[in-house]
Design a protein around this ligand. Structure first.
Ligand SMILES: [Zn+2]
Length: 114
């Protein structure tokens, strides 16, 4: 199943669904995980990398969920999630807040521990 992206939605903030909790948010409030053309799994904070992407909330509990059930992510990306990828995801998850605060605020990205 392949959907073609059109440029007609440019002005509208694109919405994406978190693969862990199913919550639909602005794309910019989610973190994109991408399967690169080389078959690696990367965390793509800017949402610009080439490859098939899946989205997760900026909340550790959503990441914990996919870490416990990598199949969810594997299915979304149509890729195997190897131990290396899981480790990278776990490391990233550790930097996230437990819950994502409701995001009305445009620059609501809180970087902790910097
Ligand atoms: Zn979520």
């Amino acid at each position: 199943m392949r959907r073609k992206m059109t440029s007609s939605q440019k002005k509208h903030n694109p919405q994406r669904r978190c693969v862990a909790c199913g919550h639909v948010r602005d794309k910019r409030d989610l973190i994109r995980i991408v399967r690169t053309p080389e078959g690696g799994i990367k965390i793509d904070e800017r949402g610009k990398m080439a490859g098939r992407g899946a989205y997760l909330c900026r909340a550790r509990r959503c990441w914990d969920k996919v870490l416990k059930q990598p199949k969810v992510l594997a299915r979304a990306l149509k890729a195997d999630i190897g131990p290396d990828a899981l480790e990278a995801l776990a490391a990233y998850a550790a930097t996230l807040p437990e819950e994502q605060s409701p995001s009305e605020d445009e620059n609501g990205v809180v970087l902790e521990g910097q």
